[in-house]
Design a protein around this ligand. Structure first.
Ligand code: AMP
Length: 247
């Protein structure tokens, strides 16, 4: 099973991903964790993204897309994965569509954790204050100012993905404000019973697959993508650089 968890920072994506890992034996691919690991290890990518992450802005699309493509090809991800924190922009989602088509796999569902932003802010701010009071170590981006910026980045750049995946027919929305076990149960209830079939690779999906000239049948979860979107994707010049826009 291949899933995306979509929702603003603090919506509980990480918590729900861990529960899905335990239940279905999937791997959790958190781009935030991968980027933090790169920063902590002092890799070239880590140096490129450290300041961006500390500000609460989004890292460049091409960096994030590159690390996801490398990660999904490892053996532990073959059985399935949960993308947590990726994609976060429409260009990332388009790159993911092309990447999955190239590898002959399909998304089973995109789970949106819908939250009330004001309540979420109160919840996270009180969690940060409690951690500070206990003297616990906080992440660099765990402070109210940065959190506001991360939420603004979510609204501006990531929220359009809800419409993107709704058009594809893969969006499933659950109430992310409910108690953790209830959210888990709601996710279970919306997961498809049958695995999705891979979408045939398109013109931009690289040379690995044969192109067909006939209209293609897409898998059940990505079959409703609008003709307008597909045409837009086809027009993208090969190798176009995708730059993460900063909020
Ligand atoms: P997260 O742990 O998912 O909240 O991510 C922490 C930070 O990592 C974000 O605020 C971004 O700076 C960066 N990041 C994580 N995933 C992405 C992504 N898909 N695109 C761009 N930046 C990302």
């Amino acid at each position: 099973m291949r899933l995306i968890l979509l929702g603003p920072p603090g919506a509980g994506k990480g918590t729900q991903a861990q529960r899905l890992v335990a239940k279905y034996g999937l791997v959790q691919l958190s781009t935030g964790d991968m980027l933090r690991a790169a920063v902590n290890a002092g890799t070239p990518i880590g140096h490129q993204v450290a300041d961006i992450m500390a500000r609460g802005a989004l890292c460049p699309d091409e960096i994030v897309v590159g690390i996801v493509e490398e990660r999904i090809q490892r053996s532990d991800a073959r059985k399935g994965f949960i993308l947590d924190g990726f994609p976060r922009t429409v260009p990332q989602a388009e790159a993911l569509d092309r990447m999955l088509a190239r590898h002959g796999v399909a998304l089973d569902a995109v789970i949106e954790l819908r939250v009330n932003e004001a309540a979420l802010l109160r919840r996270i701010e009180s969690r940060i204050a409690e951690m500070r009071a206990r003297g616990e170590k906080l992440r660099d981006d765990d402070n109210p100012d940065v959190l506001h910026r991360r939420l603004a980045a979510y609204r501006q750049l990531t929220e359009p993905l809800i419409a993107y995946y709704r058009r594809q027919g893969s969006l499933r929305t659950v109430d992310g404000m409910a108690a953790i076990p209830e959210v888990t149960a709601a996710i279970d209830a919306v997961l498809p019973s049958k695995p999705a079939t891979a979408k045939p690779a398109g013109p931009d999906d690289g040379p690995k697959k044969k192109r067909t000239t006939k209209a293609v049948s897409r898998g059940p979860t990505i079959g409703k993508k609008s003709a307008k979107l597909s045409a837009h994707a086809r027009k993208r010049p090969e190798g176009r650089k995708m730059t993460g826009r900063q909020p």
